[in-house]
Each structure stands twice: as C-alpha cells, then as structure tokens.
Design a protein around this ligand. Structure first.
Ligand code: CP
Ligand code: NVA
Length: 308
C-alpha cells in the first residue's frame, strides 16, 4: 500500500491541479485499492455531494468509495436544500466546511466551483462542470493503463464534441505523456483557453492534435473515445448538433482504421446510433464498463489522498 502523500493542491477543480507524479500516484493507489481490498479507516470523515445536474456513476461511485474508506456521504440535493433557493455559494461553502471534511460539486460554471473552493476550508472536488470532468479522466487513464501497462507512445483519439470530457482527457494526457487527438466537426473544437494550457504542459512535444475528419485522426490510435454530442445543459442545441455531427458516429468502419488491439471508451451515458453504434458499444474492443468501475477506484484513491 502506498503511503498517503500530499498532492500539489488541496482542491481538485481541474486536471491541472495535479502534477504528473500526483496522477501516477493516484493511478497506482487506485490499482492497490482495486486489487487488494484494503481496509482504510477514515471513520467520522464526511463527504458532501452537491449535484446541480443528473448523475448515476459519479454520485454512486463517490458514495461507495467513501463507504469503502469507512466514511460517510451526505447527498445535498439542491432541490431540497437552500442551495436551490439561491443561498449564496460563499455562505453554503462556509457552513458545509463546518460539517463535512470534503465536498464534491457537479455544476454548470467552472467559476461557481471555484467560488465554492474560495470559501471552503475543506477540499473541493470537481464532479463535472461545463469545462472539465477530471475524475472521469483519472478513471479513463487507469483503464488504459490496465490494458497497455505503459502509457508512453500511446495515442488516444476522442471523436465528438470538444467538451468537458475532451478537455480533461487532453490535460491529463499531457501530464502522462499520452498523445490526445480530437476529431470534431468545424466549430466544435475544444476552447483555445484549454488547448493553450495543454500546449504549455507539453513542453514542446506535440501531444495535442485537432482534426475535423475522424478518418484523418484515427490511424495509429490505441484508444478511441467518444461522448454525447450534446452535454447536459445543451438540450436546446441537440437538433442542430445531431445534423452537424453526421459522420462522427464511432462505428465499426471508423474503428477498423485504428491500430489492432485498440480499445473503445465512453464515459457514459451513451446514445447508441448517435455518437456510437450499438455493435461498437457492445463489441469485444469495448472497455466501457471496466472504465465505469474504475471511477470508484480512482475516487477512493483521490479521497484517501485529500483526507489523509
Ligand atoms: N460519466 C459520468 O460522469 O456519469 P454520470 O453523469 O452518471 O455521473
Ligand atoms: N459531456 C457530458 C458528460 C456526462 C458524464 C455532459 O457534460 O453531459
């Protein structure tokens, strides 16, 4: 069992909050948690969950991770707490800091998450914002590591919208030395703000490449990844996006252009027939449910690191 160590930052608001060695440490610790059924006693430690958007995996995997560490979780449903009635974040954050030991927040604006962190005296975790999904990226790279062991020289191609999941994959990929290619229709590239930050992290190595045709991006890839075309909060854009993303469905034809032994990932929930075909989703290259399981192991490692 790895000893607890202090991470670069007390909060996990972005994949940028981790150093390369922090990411490797969390992935190794997650592997230990997964394989060794370790007994850790974080008795009396309390995780507060604040979810302004729907969630199955993140909510449940955080709850189970905390319970496996011996702690407890409180789900602060914004609809039944004062959060939904507009109590300021700065007041909520200061109050919750008195009751909880860590909070995980799923919300729309990254700035709101940062406001929680500013006013909290306890660690704050990003459980998804419009900008990033850093817990997801940790689980994704754990799944990739389990498959390929050595992450060096791997190529991950994300086919779809340049969204929160793509952003965290690019940042975490740069920390781990994985080349991340984004294949998206014109106008749906990741925000330049994130691309520029990632380029700085890459220190001259060309680890980020943006394509507008998946057939150009996929050759040489070890991992193919996709996510919904319209994220939560974008329901009013979905009709237009469905049209603009024609040709970006991850189907067996696209998969056949990747390297032999390439694996398929999807953060879920998935819309079969839109961003992914049913045969690819259910096929033998898919590691989608291993990936979902790994959410729990990496979050257990993250909570242990932030609370120990
Ligand atoms: N992948 C993911 O974050 O799933 P949920 O929205 O169900 O939490
Ligand atoms: N990009 C998706 C991810 C869901 C887990 C969304 O934000 O809705």
């Amino acid at each position: 069992m790895l000893k607890p160590r202090k991470l670069l930052n007390n909060n996990f608001l972005s994949s940028l909050d981790l150093s390369p060695s922090d990411v490797n440490y969390i992935l190794n610790l997650a592997t230990d948690f997964k394989s060794k059924n370790l007994e850790i006693q974080l008795k009396n430690k309390v995780l507060g969950l604040i979810f302004d958007k729907s969630s199955t995996r993140t909510r449940v995997s955080f709850q189970v991770a905390m319970s496996r560490l011996g702690g407890t979780t409180i789900d602060l449903n914004p609809n039944t707490s004062q959060i939904g009635r507009g109590e300021p974040i700065k007041d909520t954050a200061r109050v919750l800091s008195k009751y909880c030991d860590v909070i995980a927040v799923r919300t729309f604006n990254q700035a709101d998450l940062e406001e929680y962190a500013k006013w909290s005296s306890i660690p704050v975790i990003n459980a998804l914002t419009d900008l990033e999904h850093p817990c997801q990226a940790l689980a994704d790279y754990l799944t990739i590591k389990e498959e390929f062991i050595d992450l060096n020289n791997l190529i991950l191609t994300f086919v779809g919208d340049g969204n929160n999941v793509a952003n965290s994959l690019m940042i975490c990929g740069a920390l781990l030395g994985v080349e991340v290619r984004i294949a998206c229709p014109k106008g749906y590239e990741p925000t330049p703000m994130v691309i520029n930050k990632v380029k700085k992290l890459c220190k001259g190595k060309e680890l980020i490449k943006i394509f507008n045709d998946p057939y150009d991006a996929i050759p040489g890839s070890n991992v193919l990844y996709t996510d919904v075309w319209s994220s939560m909060g974008e329901e009013n854009k979905s009709e237009k996006k469905d049209k603009n993303f024609i040709g970006f469905t991850l189907d067996s034809n696209l998969v056949s252009k990747a390297n032999d032994g390439a694996i398929i990932l999807h953060c879920l929930p998935a819309y079969r027939g839109k961003e992914i075909s049913n045969d690819v989703f259910e096929g033998n290259q898919s590691r989608i449910f291993e990936q979902a399981e790994n959410r729990m192991h990496v979050q257990q490692a993250l909570l242990y690191s932030l609370l120990s």
